[in-house]
Design a protein around this ligand. Structure first.
Ligand code: ADP
Ligand code: MG
Length: 252
């Protein structure tokens, strides 16, 4: 069974069809990329999956459940985490606190239980900290853990943004342009982390990315979109060779 099934996904903003009849499946353990020119609708697909936008038409199934009608806050507890193209961290908090805040959107105890500080709450707090420490180690953020986000270089903030999503312990992670603005060396680190997310954490990865060498290196399959519409679906080599994809990129 597929982990994610998107069917005929469509959203109109006034007259603009930002996403128009997009269908694809992501299998468990797959690393899948959406590529396309700027304004193609890639981030909008992520905003539809994470329920920030409501589709005009179409359905989104996750792990056999129709999630099309759920609220945005119900998505993380199901095991879907995402990063944002424009990093969305708390600039005046530390790396550690940003990762813990990601966890707390995922809490299972009530405020009354919190106030009483029951054993269940203490146990949950310990699990939060353990997961966050695991993410800090995985992403090699140890040296930055108590630093304020605002003072960190862009490349490190990009990594913390990935960490915030990993900290919730998702089964599916949506990465919106994880390598944009990064150096060749930083991009290579991201490539290894994406592969290790699958190998060591058992994650399924859906990413939007412009860097085709990264896509070719790590992705099993690729969906190309332009003007909200699907152009081609297949292996990175198949999609890159597709005449419609070449035309969309070259504007011919
Ligand atoms: P991409 O991520 O592929 O570069 P986006 O998904 O961000 O593209 O945008 C696709 C199109 O949808 C663009 O024309 C953009 O202006 C439009 N769009 C996205 N979100 C909104 C919104 N909330 N309101 C109006 N238009 C939007
Ligand atoms: Mg985008």
């Amino acid at each position: 069974m597929n982990l994610l099934e998107i069917r005929d996904l469509t959203v109109h903003f006034g007259g603009v069809k930002a996403v128009d009849g997009v269908s694809f499946d992501v299998a468990p353990g797959e690393i899948f990329a959406i590529i396309g020119p700027n304004g193609a609708g890639k981030s909008t697909i992520f905003n539809l999956i994470s329920r920030i936008y409501k589709p005009t038409r179409g359905t989104i199934w996750f792990d056999g459940q129709d999630i099309t009608g759920l609220k945005a806050q119900d998505i993380a507890p199901l095991g879907i985490a995402r990063t944002f193209q424009n990093i969305e961290l708390f600039d005046h908090s530390t790396v550690l606190d940003n990762l813990l805040m990601g966890r707390h959107t995922h809490r299972k105890t009530s405020f009354v239980q919190d106030a009483l500080f029951l054993p269940k709450v203490r146990r949950e707090e310990r699990l939060h900290r353990e997961k966050v420490e695991e993410v800090i180690e995985f992403l090699e953020l140890e040296a930055h853990r108590t630093k304020m986000i605002a003072g960190l270089p862009y490349g490190v903030r990009k990594v913390v943004e990935i960490g915030r999503a990993l900290a919730i312990g998702p089964r599916l992670i949506l990465l919106d342009e994880p390598a944009s603005g990064l150096s060749v060396e930083e991009t290579q680190d991201v490539a290894f982390w994406i592969e290790d997310m699958r190998r060591d954490m058992g994650l399924t990865v859906l990413m939007v990315e412009h860097d085709m060498s990264l896509v070719t290196q790590v992705c099993d399959r690729v969906l190309a979109v332009a003007n909200g519409r699907p152009l081609a679906l297949g292996t990175p080599a198949e999609v890159q060779a597709h005449p419609d994809v070449q035309a969309a990129y070259l504007g011919t």
